[in-house]
Design a protein around this ligand. Structure first.
Ligand code: C2E
Ligand code: CA
Ligand code: CA
Ligand code: CA
Length: 276
């Protein structure tokens, strides 16, 4: 019989080497996925209650493996973030959106949102990436919106706040995504230049009736109002939630109630059909 210590150490080596292999191959798979165009972009329209029209859309990345399997975005995005692949992946997305947009007709000023990871904001080529994107989209004259999570605004980073201020002067809009879920202090709200606050689906889910009480959601809405930020509510799935948000002065609605994320090829026609 092998001594217990030997068995344990063999087991340990087997487990860790297997784990390392899986980890490095995920990175390689993302890289290969980019090379083989396995990633695509879906677009979810956002409804403006004031104009009663769809006034924007959010670009959301999708990954379909060669075997047909769709990898969940939250899974591959966090893997890309932790394995140093989020910047190349985001660059791929930005290029893809430019390509997709060749077949669109949009009203000038239509808000087109992209999600950016914290790491990208610190990157040397962040400004040139965003400017190249804006230049590539210029044929449609959209309003480009950058969706940033609270985590990317942690610590009053002067470089990031200057970069955002500069982009804003160039007509780009900044939205804070998944608001209230980041376990962050709120001081960044005073430091960073922001335009929109996106309320996470988790808070929309707390709405139980049109005239019910949802104190945290209400506080977020009134905070946004005091800071002169526009509010987008995410994950709106039914009429009751819609009415509640409308009664509380929220102007922008994103969710399955109005539209699911859709393929690039149908976005433009869909918008024309629904915006009359
Ligand atoms: P997110 O930025 O909060 O995007 C909104 C998510 O909510 C999307 O999930 C969207 O499909 C989903 N959603 C919208 N309306 C509803 C609804 O009414 N009900 C429900 N149940 N869900 C709704 P998705 O596409 O799976 O993306 C998940 C997350 O992955 C995104 O959350 C974002 O954090 C990340 N992500 C997706 N694409 C990108 C990207 O290109 N770059 C980065 N950095 N992150 C991305
Ligand atoms: Ca988002
Ligand atoms: Ca969100
Ligand atoms: Ca979310």
């Amino acid at each position: 019989l092998m001594p217990m210590a030997l068995i344990l150490s063999l087991l340990f080596v087997a487990l860790t080497s297997n784990w390392l292999k899986r980890k490095s191959s995920f990175r390689d798979e993302i890289r290969r996925g980019i090379e083989r165009s396995e990633f695509s972009v879906h677009y979810q329209p956002v409804f403006n209650l004031q104009t009663q029209k769809f006034s924007g859309a959010e670009a959301l990345m999708r990954w379909q493996r060669p075997d047909g399997h769709w990898v969940r975005p939250d899974v591959f995005i966090s893997a890309a973030e932790s394995e140093g692949m989020i910047v190349p992946l985001t660059r791929y997305l930005l290029q893809r959106v430019i390509q997709d947009s060749a077949q669109w007709q949009l009203e000038p000023g239509f808000h087109l949102s992209v999600n950016l990871a914290a790491e990208h904001l610190q990157h040397d080529e962040f400004m040139s990436d965003i400017r190249a994107f804006a230049a590539g989209m210029d044929h449609l004259k959209p309003t480009i919106t950058l969706e940033l999570t609270e985590r990317s605004l942690i610590g009053e980073d002067r470089m990031v706040s200057q970069r955002l201020a500069e982009l804003r002067r160039e007509g780009i809009i900044i939205a804070i995504d998944d608001f209230g879920t980041g376990h962050c202090a709120l001081s960044y709200l005073q430091t960073f230049p922001l335009d929109y606050l996106k309320i996470d689906r988790g808070f929309v889910n707390t709405i139980e009736s049109v005239d019910g009480e949802t104190p945290v959601l209400d506080a977020i809405i009134s905070l946004a109002d005091k800071l002169a930020l526009k509010v987008v509510a995410e994950g709106v799935e039914n009429e009751m939630q819609l009415r509640y948000l409308q009664n509380h002065g929220v102007s922008f609605i994103q969710g399955y109630y109005f539209a699911r994320p859709m393929e690039s090829a149908v976005l433009s026609e869909w918008l024309q059909e629904h915006n009359g």
